[in-house]
Design a protein around this ligand. Structure first.
Ligand code: ZN
Ligand code: FE
Length: 260
């Protein structure tokens, strides 16, 4: 059975390590040291590295790990990287036979313009696009691009397991509840996450089904979120079409979350 392991790094990053029968693949290794420690502890051989976007906390360990382990590297075609890699784009099939896995690349502009996710076998490695109860900041893309990217993820099967790269969940849940205080699923999940965090356990992975119930950035079509956004950002919301309301709502709550 394929196993997926969270390696904590820095303040709140998770480097996801997938392994099967002694072979391992790592996603977004921002730091080589904790990955090497995990490989050694579990006696694994690193065969491939997947990169979702160019930020330092996601690529800081790539060159060293690729070199040390002769691992192949996959990274977004629309971004510039100094390490050797196979450039991936929308629809690219990433074959990882060593761990019995094929993943498909989705281009998801928003957090960065070239940002990609890797999807397959009921798993989604989405980098800094989707967080539990939140989404990435818009460093390069527009709200419309990010909303479109999130809508593509929202359309994946509900049982898809979502491997986000940051432990931002508690803060995100507080913000979500400020918008939707009557969402019972949100309240329940906040309690579950508080218990996990108290034990020092990750709040992740999540699932698309759970995120549809609790994530305000996937719920911009819901009257509760639209009303909350309109209450604080009235001038931004002068919709002509329902689709405009969704985008205006997304734009307003993304800006609100930046200051929360
Ligand atoms: Zn990032
Ligand atoms: Fe990050």
């Amino acid at each position: 059975m394929l196993d997926v392991h969270a390696i904590p790094a820095f303040q709140d990053n998770y480097l996801w390590l997938l392994h099967l029968a002694g072979h391992a693949v790592v996603v977004d290794p921002g730091d080589a040291a904790p990955v090497n420690a995990a490989l050694q502890a579990m006696q694994l051989k690193l065969t491939a590295i997947l990169v979702t976007h160019h930020h330092a906390d996601h690529i800081g360990g790539v060159a060293q790990l690729a070199d040390q382990h002769a691992a192949r590297v996959y990274a977004p075609a629309r971004e510039h990287y100094t390490f050797a890699h196979a450039a991936v784009r929308e629809g690219t099939q990433v074959r990882l036979p060593e761990i019995g896995l094929d993943l498909q690349v989705m281009e998801l502009p928003g957090h960065t313009l070239g940002h990609v996710a890797y999807y397959g076998a009921n798993m989604l490695f989405c980098g800094d696009t989707l967080f539990s109860a939140g989404c990435g900041r818009l460093f390069e893309g527009t709200p419309a691009q990010m909303l479109n990217s999130l809508q593509r993820l929202a359309a994946l099967p509900a049982e898809t397991v979502v491997y986000c790269t940051h432990e931002y969940t508690e803060h995100n849940l507080r913000f979500a509840r400020s918008l939707e205080p009557d969402n019972a699923a949100l309240e329940r999940h906040q309690q579950d996450v508080a218990s996990l965090r108290l034990l020092g356990l990750p709040s992740l992975p999540s699932s698309i089904g759970l995120e549809l119930a609790i994530n305000p950035f996937l719920r911009c079509d819901q009257p509760a979120i639209q009303n909350a956004a309109a209450a604080v950002a009235l001038p931004a919301i002068a919709p002509q079409q329902p689709a405009d309301t969704v985008l205006a709502t997304f734009t307003a709550i993304r800006a609100l979350r930046n200051r929360y």
